[in-house]
Design a protein around this ligand. Structure first.
Ligand SMILES: Cc1cc2nc3c(=O)[nH]c(=O)nc-3n(C[C@H](O)[C@H](O)[C@H](O)COP(=O)(O)OP(=O)(O)OC[C@H]3O[C@@H](n4cnc5c(N)ncnc54)[C@H](O)[C@@H]3O)c2cc1C
Length: 348
């Protein structure tokens, strides 16, 4: 293992080829890229490394990462995948090395409302306080809020004796939507994020009546790596606006391309920091075309050789159509694109 923090899980007398095949299948289904040779599955990157293999009659998983938070995230991800492959395996594994502490997960915080403002017509800007935010400054720009059901004493996630993070189910199930950090101030223990205000949204409703000091859970960070590319095309709606805003602000000044952003009204249009070579177009819902459809039309015949980096974040069915077109029809690879359903329209 190349990284300095590591742990090993061993399931004694539990190796079978079919069990390893199921793990390989579960890794693929979760979008994990890995190598497979004989009785060994493995992957190495700058931020993590794992190997799942046969050792005599035993099935052994060895994980490593450059820091404890990254290792804990990898550990939880691999256990989640292993559990999908075989529900008995997680309880059979005995772990050694650097392990998560039992109880509260390292990546969980209780967050307290400090301020809720409304800088644009259809957005709340939320400021919250939580301890030790250094953990959230690397490894992704998104996090999950964890909102307990009304009138219930919150049951927060916990790490059980197998090392897996468990979430309350049934009547105590937490609503856990994803949001994007606008800023993190480690010294002041503060972070901010923008919430698109929409009818029926449980977070919208919670914020309408939230008082200073009210608490909610949060976990993260994760997802949404910054594309480091020369040419980019971004398309998304309000829910993806915080992510697009960060990508544009952090892009190299020489980046070229375009960003098409859909908002509910002209009053949601806001100044953005972006490279001079990236054109920003604001589209108002109901009046202008949908940005994701525009990208599909504009790049109908794109090839992997000619494609800019294509980035789409919007309602799930819109993004699915774009992903199908670009990945399946045009052959654009995962390295050249990002397609993510940011929310799901309720079924009629
Ligand atoms: C990677 C990622 C990053 C995200 N970042 C942000 C962010 O920074 N800010 C942000 O506001 N959102 C963001 N989202 C989207 C957000 O997680 C969803 O919109 C989520 O459903 C909001 O939860 P809720 O409690 O408001 O609504 P829910 O209680 O989950 O849904 C209630 C109803 O509202 C509908 N609904 C949900 N979202 C919308 C919408 N956008 N427009 C209209 N109807 C909707 C649902 O279909 C449902 O019928 C992000 C999503 C992802 C995947």
């Amino acid at each position: 293992m190349t990284h300095s923090f590591s742990c090993t899980g061993r399931a004694a007398d539990f190796f079978t080829s079919s069990r390893l095949d199921l793990i390989a299948q579960a890794l693929s289904e979760h979008g994990v890229k890995f190598q497979s040779e004989d009785t060994r599955l493995s992957a190495t990157s700058e931020s993590s490394e794992f190997e799942i293999s046969q050792d005599g009659e035993d099935l052994v998983a060895t994980l490593s990462a450059p820091g404890k938070p990254l290792l804990m995230r990898l550990h939880d991800q691999i256990l989640h995948i292993i559990e999908h492959a075989d529900t008995t395996l997680v309880t059979r594994m005995k772990w050694s090395g650097t392990l998560p502490d039992l109880g509260t997960p390292d990546n969980f915080r209780l967050a307290h409302v400090v301020d809720v403002s409304r800088p644009f017509a259809n957005f709340f800007r939320v400021t919250m306080r939580a301890r030790d935010l250094t953990h959230f400054t690397t490894g992704g720009m998104h996090f999950r809020l964890l909102l307990p059901p009304k009138e219930r004493t919150p049951i927060w996630p916990f790490v059980d004796e197998t090392g897996r993070t468990r979430f309350p189910a049934g009547a105590d199930q937490l609503h856990n939507p994803v949001y994007t950090f606008v800023s993190i101030d480690v010294a002041q223990n503060l972070f901010t994020f923008d919430v698109f205000i929409h009818d029926g949204g449980r977070i919208t409703e919670w914020l309408r009546t939230a008082n200073i000091g009210d608490t909610i859970g949060m976990m993260g960070p994760g997802g949404g790596a910054m594309p480091k590319v020369d040419q980019i095309v971004l398309a998304g709606d309000e829910t993806a606006l915080p992510a697009m805003r960060r990508i544009l602000a952090e892009a190299s000044p020489t980046t070229t391309g375009s960003a098409m952003i859909e908002v509910n009204s002209h009053d949601d249009i806001q100044p953005l920091v972006h490279p001079d070579g990236v054109d920003v177009t604001w589209l108002v819902r109901g009046t202008d075309p949908c940005p994701v459809d525009m990208v599909v039309d504009a790049y109908a015949k794109v090839t992997p050789q000619t494609a800019p980096f294509l980035w789409c974040g919007a309602e799930k069915s819109k993004v699915q159509r774009a992903r199908k077109h670009f990945r399946d029809t045009c052959g654009i690879t995962a390295e050249q694109s990002y397609f993510s359903g940011y929310w799901r329209k309720a079924q009629a």
